[in-house]
Design a protein around this ligand. Structure first.
Ligand code: CMX
Length: 425
């Protein structure tokens, strides 16, 4: 068995030399160009970031270190984290070691709970989550070591330490926020014997006699881990981290981006939309009713949440994984049936509407109805679940960045006046 840290210590020097030589040999090779439309249009498609943890081919969807996400859905999230960081899936001993290590770090300090308890009772759970993480920054090992004087080649080690401390505490923090924010009673303490996601499910306090809610959480926390480097949460985290801000600052910043309705908050918006359908038609609507409802949404200038994507041009394989889970566990559930019917109707509506480049469902389209089925009905909380998982990808990307000694981000911005002159040639 090689632990996560041992695997990294073996791989990093080799990788660092390889990339250094590669950049030196190919420094002037052009890999992308930028049009005026891209500069004003969210830089879509501009290749100017490096991220080795995962890729998202538009016609396939998420591939983590060479393995399609559909083939990882039975793994534990800890194993996927190991894979993201090192490029290797851990053996059983290494995964047990990592699970045990995380469990030994799971306690959230009291000052965090005191801070969160002092917040207004109607604060959004994502604000509480981001703030809880930021509050723990005072315990950053990276910052302490950096202040003492740290060699660039050693940056990755305390970054890993911070990431493990942070990841270990996320289920405790997120579950505690759920119970506090939605008046569910006292916090439930971590159980050192359980896996990371299984314990999160337990600490939420959702009744789970069949164990399927725990399975849903394992799946959920695997599917949302990473989606290459250019999405808002990953890119924000990378950008903030590139200033050598430690993982607490960087992950908290990334989560603030995840909290936007065009990104991670879409899962909350999506379930709200599905509930509106259910309320309006008193249950599962006909396809015609659903089509009409979708057109009403579009005509009022709103988007259909859970559909469309900046990169994907096929049904998101993460949607497919959630759909398969629902078909197995709650096929008769009204909300699941509406979600399944939405999938039959919406792509054609969006194609006729003619705006969205991708008319297919993304990861946010099906997760909410499954959470709701198991009694996690407070959809304002759903983006926190996404955030717990996405933190694995953000941390993995940070560790790799520190290992490679990547530079601070500082692209060049230009004015509209400059653009006008440039197009004149
Ligand atoms: N419903 C209605 N219109 C949509 C749409 C949808 N689901 N998806 C895209 N469009 C519209 C866009 O708003 C845009 O309209 P304007 O030209 O008027 O601005 C047009 O189609 C072109 O957009 P695009 O190039 O296809 O998509 P973008 O790359 O700009 O945006 C995304 C991608 C995800 C923000 C967009 O598809 C969207 O808003 N979807 C709904 C929200 C959602 O599900 N977000 C979650 C994404 C996954 C995640 O990050 O969690």
């Amino acid at each position: 068995m090689a632990t996560l840290k041992q695997t990294l210590a073996r791989k990093i020097p080799v990788l660092r030399d390889e990339i250094k030589a590669f950049v030196k040999a190919n420094a002037k090779t052009v890999i992308s160009e930028v049009t005026v439309a891209q500069a004003y249009g969210g830089m879509r498609g501009v290749k100017a970031l490096v991220c080795d943890t995962s890729v998202v081919p538009p016609d396939k969807g998420l591939i983590i270190r060479g393995t399609p996400i559909g083939e990882l859905k039975d793994q534990l999230p800890e194993a996927v984290f190991f894979l993201l960081v090192t490029g290797e899936l851990p053996d059983d001993a290494a995964i047990n070691d990592l699970t045990k290590d995380l469990k030994s770090r799971a306690k959230v300090p009291d000052y965090v709970w005191n801070t969160l308890e002092a917040m207004p009772k109607d604060s959004h759970p994502m604000v509480m989550f981001s703030l809880g993480i930021l509050a723990m920054e005072k315990d950053s090992v990276f910052r302490k070591k950096y202040d003492e004087g740290l060699k660039k080649t050693d940056f990755w080690d305390p970054t890993l330490e911070d990431c493990l401390n942070l990841i270990a505490k996320l289920p405790t923090l997120a579950a505690g926020i759920y119970r506090m924010r939605f008046n569910k009673g006292p916090r439930i303490e971590p159980d050192p014997k359980l896996d990371w996601a299984g314990d999160y499910a337990r600490m939420l306090g959702i009744d789970d006699p069949s164990g399927e809610f725990g399975n849903l959480m394992r799946l959920y926390l695997v599917l949302h881990t990473d989606h290459e480097g250019g999405n808002v949460s990953a890119h924000t985290c990378h950008c903030v981290g590139s200033a050598l801000s430690d993982p607490y600052y960087a992950v908290s910043a990334g989560l603030n981006g995840l909290a936007g309705p065009l990104h991670g908050l879409a899962n909350q918006m999506c379930l709200r939309w599905v509930m509106m359908v259910k309320d309006k038609f008193g249950g599962v609507p006909t396809e015609d009713q659903l089509r009409e409802f979708a057109w009403d949404t579009l005509k009022s200038g709103q988007v259909i949440p859970g559909y469309g994507h900046a990169v994907l041009r096929v049904t998101d394989p993460r949607y497919a994984a959630f759909h398969d889970f629902g078909a197995r566990v709650c096929a008769d559930d009204d909300l699941f049936q509406i979600v399944a019917k939405v999938f039959k109707v919406i792509p054609d509506v969006l194609k006729k509407h003619g705006k969205a480049k991708d008319p297919w469902p993304n990861v946010d389209a099906a997760s909410g109805c499954l959470l709701y089925h198991f009694g996690l009905t407070e959809f304002e909380y759903y983006t926190v679940l996404f955030g717990v998982s996405r933190a694995l990808g953000m941390c993995a990307q940070l560790i790799v960045s520190r290992a490679l000694g990547e530079a601070i981000e500082r692209p060049k911005s230009v004015t509209t006046e400059w653009m006008k002159q440039a197009v004149k040639g």
